[in-house]
Design a protein around this ligand. Structure first.
Ligand SMILES: C[S@@+](CC[C@H](N)C(=O)[O-])C[C@H]1O[C@@H](n2cnc3c(N)ncnc32)[C@H](O)[C@@H]1O
Length: 260
């Protein structure tokens, strides 16, 4: 795939440092080893090697979704790629579904969910803070090259948007998912999956309490994801010294039939 104007480009230097650039004709990328004209990259194949004015060799690649999320500008705390993988698989997100997500936050999870549901699906992403919503809209636009027609960015309280949407899946990354559980109990399709993501144990307990009180959820599972990367250089084969420690706890629950 060749680079075009407007594309995201990830530049990797010889020390494996990574930089994210939005390619604009006439633009320049500056770093400690000089600069590089964006026009040098536009038209090249992804995976090409380019050279900065200071003689540094950089590998130019289209970023993967995970690269984009780890390097994009953040407002609210994002969901990390390690957790997004589980949200998609255990939250059972698939093309063509109608999904309600909140809060939009920085838009990281929105990019992932929007890419999966695709043009045959519908993603209603709700955020109650105007500043976060505006920031997320820019990020989503940057990632997709525009806001896809199937992603609806909505400002408000997510609890007010579930019943009218009748989603197949609900994904909640907000501090009080337990307050939204009654609305999910009413609006989620029978058999649908609710996924919640919270950073602390009391929030996890309150989420389970809310599911118990609603009385219409089954097959509940809680988990956290620990990911350890490895260094493999010659005979130095060992885990990396640093890893992302704690992020959050995921809960998955299925809505029973016969509930409202
Ligand atoms: C941790 S951030 C979400 C980050 C997002 N998932 C991402 O990956 O970029 C939580 C967001 O939820 C929003 N929020 C909290 N309660 C909400 C509610 N009831 N309805 C809609 N948004 C809510 C907050 O304003 C905040 O922006």
């Amino acid at each position: 795939m060749k680079f075009s104007e407007g594309d995201q480009c990830m530049l990797i230097d010889q020390k494996d440092r990574k930089y994210l650039v939005s390619l604009q004709s006439g633009g320049q990328f500056h770093f400690h080893r000089g600069f590089l004209a964006h026009d040098t990259i536009i038209g090249l194949d992804s995976g090409s090697i380019v050279e900065s004015s200071g003689g540094a060799k950089l590998t130019a690649l289209h970023p993967r979704l995970a690269d984009f999320i780890l390097r994009m500008k953040r407002g609210a705390q994002v969901v990390y790629p390690k957790d997004i993988g589980h949200i998609i698989v255990w939250g059972d997100i698939a093309p063509g579904q109608t999904v309600v997500e909140a809060g939009t936050g920085s838009g990281a999870l929105t990019c992932a969910l929007g890419r999966i549901v695709g043009s045959t699906g519908r993603l209603v992403s709700v955020e109650r803070r105007d500043d976060h919503a505006a920031h997320a809209a820019k990020t989503i636009e940057r990632f997709f090259g525009g806001i896809p027609s199937w992603i609806e960015l909505t400002i408000g309280d997510v609890a007010d948007h579930i019943e009218e949407t009748r989603p197949d899946r609900v994904v909640l990354d907000l501090p009080e998912p337990f307050e939204v559980v009654p609305a999910v109990a009413t609006g989620l399709q029978p058999g649908g999956v609710l996924t919640t993501y919270v950073p602390t144990v009391p929030q996890l307990q309150q989420t389970q309490d809310a599911l118990d009180q609603a009385g219409c959820f089954a097959d509940v599972m809680h988990l956290e994801v620990m990911q350890r990367t490895w260094n493999v250089t010659g005979r130095s084969v060992r885990p990396d010294h640093r890893m992302v420690g704690h992020t959050g706890f995921l809960t998955f629950a299925r809505k029973l039939a016969g509930a409202p």
